[in-house]
Design a protein around this ligand. Structure first.
Ligand SMILES: C[S@@+](CC[C@H](N)C(=O)[O-])C[C@H]1O[C@@H](n2cnc3c(N)ncnc32)[C@H](O)[C@@H]1O
Length: 358
């Protein structure tokens, strides 16, 4: 036996082994949650009294055998209650509050759809561990749709009422009429909400994803908005000048984040403002130990954020680039005046209100 084996703390070992069993079970529940969201089973269950698997399957329009197996997992996982006497299942409203579409930004089941998406690229990520490089955007087929679904819930609930007002005077200027640009707009839902709320202002959204921009154009057309346009463009090569530039959950993904921040500073008019929503975290690992989403952030970074940037030969800042690095890079890009603000109830993001000059 090695000296290290003699030093083993058996209690600690046992505790960690138990923790690993929890990790295994909870990871598996994540996949069942994703299916519960995609099949709408959580939504259906939340509207039903205690019901049999046949009744639930019928209400959801799904195959009973699959529904029953899923309900088994949800029951042993502590999501759903089960009455063996009459074979009925029930979703407590306290659980539904984190699982159904009607919960809006509190719906955590929606996030768990990402697990399967990230699983698709595991082989490529593994290869990158050995050889460096990264994974191209084209390897994430549902990314634009999932990203839009997840962030739309936040924007619908908070963008106009809570996020825009973190920049003093911004709601008033938007009401009067200004020129605004959203960088890395994805499917453009944020900028569409702003265009609707502030009809006197003119909006533009850019993203390098053609499918994202096509979806954004469709939504703008469906809503009959004439004050917003979308273009496929690289955020590092901006054109035009603006009073407001926004970037939500974008900068840390970019291949050229420093170049983009400089391009944003250059494209802002003298009294313009850059509103950058990004991940709430420290740049120091040791300050993230108690972060409520710490493991999630680093996992998303390895499987997506850092890796798509490295895939383009980029900076690979990663999801957890953190406040200190963000502030340094904003200063280096010429933003002399930066406030960091949080929105109540949003544990994922902070908002940098940055103005050029000093
Ligand atoms: C995490 S998503 C955020 C999308 C959107 N802002 C939202 O909040 O849902 C990051 C976006 O940045 C875009 N992106 C990445 N590199 C880009 C670049 N060089 N120029 C423009 N957009 C880029 C991606 O296509 C993706 O839509």
């Amino acid at each position: 036996m090695t000296a290290q084996t003699h030093d083993l703390d058996p209690v600690r070992q046992e505790r960690f082994a138990e923790r690993m069993v929890e990790v295994l079970n909870d990871s598996c529940l994540g996949y069942l949650c994703s299916l519960g969201h995609r099949t709408r089973l959580f939504d259906v269950l939340s509207g039903l009294p205690p019901a049999t698997s046949e009744r639930i399957a019928e209400a959801a329009g799904l195959d009973e055998r699959y529904v029953r197996e899923w309900l088994g997992g949800m029951t042993v996982g502590g999501f759903v209650e089960y009455a063996p006497d009459d074979g009925t299942y029930w979703l407590p409203p306290e659980h539904a509050a984190s699982l159904v579409r009607a919960a809006g930004p509190d719906n955590m089941a929606s996030f768990l759809q990402d697990l399967a998406l990230l699983g698709i690229v595991e082989d490529q990520v593994l290869e990158a561990f050995h050889k460096g490089g990264g994974v191209p955007y084209s390897s994430y087929p549902r990314f634009q749709d999932l990203q839009a679904e997840e962030t739309a819930r936040v924007y619908d609930a908070a963008l106009v009422e809570s996020i825009v007002p973190v920049a003093p005077g911004l709601p008033e200027r938007l009401r009067e009429g200004i020129d605004a640009l959203d960088v890395g707009t994805g499917q453009g839902h944020a900028v569409i909400l702003l265009a609707e709320a502030f009809p006197a202002s003119r909006f533009r959204g850019v993203d390098m994803s053609e499918t994202g921009i096509a979806a954004a154009r469709d939504e703008a057309a469906r809503r009959g908005l004439a004050n917003v346009r979308f273009d496929v463009a690289d955020s590092a090569e901006l054109t035009g000048s603006y009073d407001l530039i926004t970037a939500f959950d974008v900068i840390h993904d970019l291949a050229r984040p420093a170049r983009t921040l400089s391009a944003i500073a250059d494209a802002l008019r003298d009294d313009g403002v850059f509103l950058m929503g990004d991940i709430a975290a420290s740049s120091k690992l040791e300050e993230n130990l108690d972060h409520p989403l710490g493991p999630t952030l680093y996992t998303f970074s390895v499987f997506y954020c850092m890796t798509v940037s490295l895939g383009e030969g980029g900076a690979g800042l990663g999801t957890v680039w953190g406040r200190q690095t963000a502030l340094r890079m904003l200063a280096e890009a010429g933003f002399g005046d930066v406030d960091v603000r949080q929105v109540e109830g949003d544990i994922l993001n902070v908002y940098y209100v940055a103005r050029p000059g000093h």
